[in-house]
Ligand binder design. Structure first.
Ligand code: ZN
Length: 454
């Protein structure tokens, strides 16, 4: 650990600490990057002799929450650093209250071996401004690499059941079953039925040529394709007792399947884009909101919101998937799917808190406690003594408008430009270092690799 981390001692007072289903007035003492003590605010600082010498950060009644652990980002490095890179996007993450990310393997070259994973950890070490880990992608040919993974270091295995960037689709059922039998590692699954999507694409190509109207995206990457793949994966996870985390659930039908399955080893993610947009928004946003799976109907959006409000959703991840503005202007088949979101997920969720849809305690569970539990992240995701001080301050009255001046993505655009949000993250602490403070970044981030207890 560096000297600056060792000297980093302070107490945050006058905060409403959000943790494990409660909001309590506390002082939080941070020492050497860790949460060393949590004291009821009724205790005066003077009565705590060890604390009388340390600097005080006055939270002025803001919420102090565990930072978001975003288990679904695409930072594009290596291979597409014209779109985004680890440094630019991890800084945007800090501004959005994200203290740890798990970065997806569909980079170039795709992360399909332990040697390539090692290279990405090296890049992360040099560039990441928030804590990080990386997925290995499962392919038809790399089961031996999956079996050699260091489970204490690698967040999980990504399974692309549908199509995505790069050729990472598992098409061989025997291989799929071997992957599903892997023990002790979360399998993060993109579930869309590839053959159904391909036949829809052909039909629309015949009808419209290259210029398929963007509204058709939800019909091409259809509800049926999502339901078929998710249903198949639920069955497989039950059969092989896989620890399966289904990513970006986008339909009410899949929610029903997942709720009916009620299986401890199956969890699922919802992304802010599907809580904020619906297919009626193609008119206003066009291909900016083209993503995979496609944004579905207003009814689906409502069901996802209700599921989150009822505590039925396991995690929220951003699916931060940046592309250049120019790339997003191309006709349907050339326009890449995905939108940048890591900086703005919390804004969408905090708005839901402000509207009374989610409680602030539920927000902490969806963004920090549950990702930490599902992935077995070591000493993060909670405000607990002995845990890393990965925390954010949230001001429920600090409204913000998203615009070019406050977007930190390398691609410099967001589908939310011009939109206002009533509450925002004002400060972010990573390993005890205040790395972000109302638009200002510290240059001494001490980001670390995540470790996993498995
Ligand atoms: Zn993704």
């Amino acid at each position: 650990m560096s000297v600056s981390l060792l000297n980093n001692n302070y107490i945050i007072c006058n905060a409403k600490v959000v943790n494990e289903g409660c909001v309590s007035q506390c002082h939080v003492y941070v020492h050497n990057g860790m949460i060393e003590g949590i004291y009821a605010a009724s205790e005066s600082l003077d009565s705590l002799p060890i604390l009388s010498q340390v600097p005080v950060i006055d939270a002025h009644g803001q919420y102090l929450m565990p930072g978001m652990i975003d288990a679904h980002v695409h930072f594009r490095q290596p291979g597409a650093t014209h779109k985004a890179d680890m440094y630019s996007e991890s800084r945007a993450a800090l501004a959005g209250g994200v203290t740890s990310v798990m970065d997806m393997p569909n980079v170039n070259p795709p992360t399909v071996t332990n040697a390539l994973l090692e290279e990405r950890f090296e890049m992360g070490h040099r560039n990441m401004q928030c804590n990080y880990s990386f997925y290995l992608a499962a392919t038809d040919g790399n089961i031996s690499e999956i079996q050699k993974i260091d489970k204490s270091r690698v967040c999980g295995v990504k399974l692309f059941i549908g199509s995505s960037t790069g050729n990472l689709l598992i098409s061989n059922d025997t291989v799929l079953e071997q992957v599903l039998s892997t023990e002790g590692l979360p399998l993060a699954v993109h579930a869309e039925d590839e053959s159904m999507i391909q036949s829809n694409m052909q039909a629309y190509k015949i009808r419209y040529g290259e210029n398929v109207p963007i509204q058709c995206h939800s019909v091409i990457r259809s509800r049926e394709a999502c339901v078929a793949a998710t249903s198949k994966m639920i069955d497989k996870a039950r059969k092989y007792h896989s620890q399966m985390h289904i990513l970006h659930v986008s339909t009410a039908n899949e929610l029903q399947l997942l709720q009916k399955a009620a299986c401890d080893n199956i969890t699922f993610e919802v992304c802010p884009s599907y809580l904020y947009f619906c297919d009626e928004d193609y008119q206003e946003f066009g291909s900016k909101i083209k993503c995979n799976p496609a944004i579905k109907t207003a009814g689906d959006k409502l069901s996802l919101i209700q599921a989150a409000a009822m505590g039925a959703v396991s995690t929220v991840g951003s699916d931060h998937a940046p592309h250049l503005w120019a790339e997003k202007q191309q006709p349907y088949f050339s326009c890449p799917s995905g939108m940048p979101m890591v900086q703005h997920s919390m804004l969408i969720l905090l708005k839901m808190v402000k509207q009374g849809i989610l409680s602030i305690e539920q927000l902490a569970a969806l963004t920090a406690h549950h990702p930490a539990d599902i992935y077995h992240v070591d000493k993060r995701g909670y405000i607990r003594e002995g845990y890393y001080a990965d925390m954010i301050l949230v001001d429920m009255d600090a409204a913000v408008e998203v615009n070019k001046n406050n977007i930190y993505y390398k691609c410099k655009w967001s589908p939310l430009e011009g939109k206002s949000f009533p509450a925002s993250v004002t400060a972010t602490f990573v390993n005890g270092v205040k790395v972000y403070d109302k638009g200002q970044f510290a240059d001494n981030s001490l980001a670390m690799e995540l470790k996993f207890n498995r």
